[in-house]
Design a protein around this ligand. Structure first.
Ligand SMILES: CC(C)(COP(=O)(O)OP(=O)(O)OC[C@H]1O[C@@H](n2cnc3c(N)ncnc32)[C@H](O)[C@@H]1OP(=O)(O)O)[C@@H](O)C(=O)NCCC(=O)NCCS
Length: 147
């Protein structure tokens, strides 16, 4: 298994990243300026995007494991890689997600703790309603990890 920093043709990862963030326009806001990491074992299994938000804050913008490979520890390995590669470059790692029981427990298992909540973020920033597992998402919940 290896995790690679992707610098060329980042757009080719859009279909995978769309599984976590379903609006291309939102992904394009962070894909160019972000560090894209891809996990191979030996084929592509997962990817994530890390951005520098300034003042010692890095943010995990997107993390996606291919559906057939979820719940096998790949997500946790990617997060650990991001934490290790962020140490010494940032003080805090943030992640924002829909208020969903599908994703919050994953981040908590990886060591993130609740930071704050932005009310109605999904309504204000997406043109269409966002659903996860049949439940509409409204707020964005931020979690953080000290590095
Ligand atoms: C969320 C996601 C990245 C997790 O990756 P993963 O490889 O499936 O997760 P892991 O196997 O590394 O799980 C790590 C830990 O989190 C837990 N976990 C993962 N998803 C969970 C869930 N939905 N509910 C409860 N716990 C969960 C696992 O049980 C595991 O804990 P353990 O080691 O104590 O057993 C992956 O499921 C995914 O790509 N989902 C679709 C895209 C998405 O929603 N991305 C997040 C957008 S904000």
């Amino acid at each position: 298994m290896d995790i690679r920093l992707v610098t060329d043709n980042k757009q080719s990862f859009l279909p995978l990243l769309l599984l976590a963030d379903e609006v291309v326009g939102m992904i394009e806001k962070y894909l160019d300026r972000g560090e894209l990491y891809a996990l191979y074992d030996p084929d592509l299994r997962a990817a994530c995007v890390l951005t520098d938000e300034g003042e010692g804050v890095f943010e995990l913008q997107n993390i996606t494991v291919l559906p057939e490979y979820q719940c096998r520890g790949y997500g946790r390995k990617l997060v650990k890689h991001l934490v290790d590669s962020s140490k010494g470059r940032a003080k805090v790692l943030m992640v924002g997600t829909g208020d969903s029981p599908m994703t919050l427990p994953f981040y908590q298992q990886c060591g993130f703790v609740f930071s704050h909540r932005i009310k109605n973020y999904m309504m204000d920033h997406y043109d269409q309603p966002i659903f996860e597992d049949g439940v509409q998402l409204f707020d964005k919940v931020y979690l953080k990890m000290d590095l």
